[in-house]
Design a protein around this ligand. Structure first.
Ligand code: MN
Length: 140
């Protein structure tokens, strides 16, 4: 990659945000985190991430609404948005996709594979494949 990929973590659980930041920085990403949805858009503009890990259930906001806003603005529509949630029940793929999410990473994160999952999402972009994720989870 030309430069270290920049990842913004929008996650209201501080422990999750800190762990994700730590793991990504260790793997060579430039990572930044915000825990309040109301601060997120300003940080997107100043930090200019390549990829956003988007908690769907945010205090102070809704991750899907935030995703729709990012994807409808030409200044931010090219950012890969990865839904970052434990909420992976049947029917959610369509909901996440409709909002503009490009991929999905399950919480709690798997420290051993998390950075690779983020890298794969960066490279793959759309379309996301929840079926392969479910397969991976079922194998554990
Ligand atoms: Mn949350």
């Amino acid at each position: 990659m030309a430069s270290d990929p920049r990842v913004l973590i929008i996650e209201d659980n501080t422990a999750n945000a800190e762990l994700a930041t730590f793991v990504l920085e260790h793997a060579g990403f430039v990572a930044n985190a915000v825990t309040d949805a109301s601060d997120a858009l300003a940080l997107v503009a100043s930090f200019q991430p390549d990829l956003i890990l988007m908690d769907i259930r945010l205090s102070g906001g809704d991750g899907l609404a935030l995703t729709r806003a990012l994807k409808s603005d030409s200044a931010t529509s090219g950012i890969v948005v990865v839904a970052f949630t434990a909420y992976a029940m049947k029917g959610d793929e369509a909901r996440l996709r409709a909002a503009g999410c490009d991929a999905y990473i399950a919480k709690p994160i798997d420290v051993a594979s998390f950075a690779r999952q983020v890298e794969a999402a960066l490279g793959a972009g759309p379309p996301m494949n929840l079926d392969s994720l479910r397969g991976e989870l079922a194998d554990r």
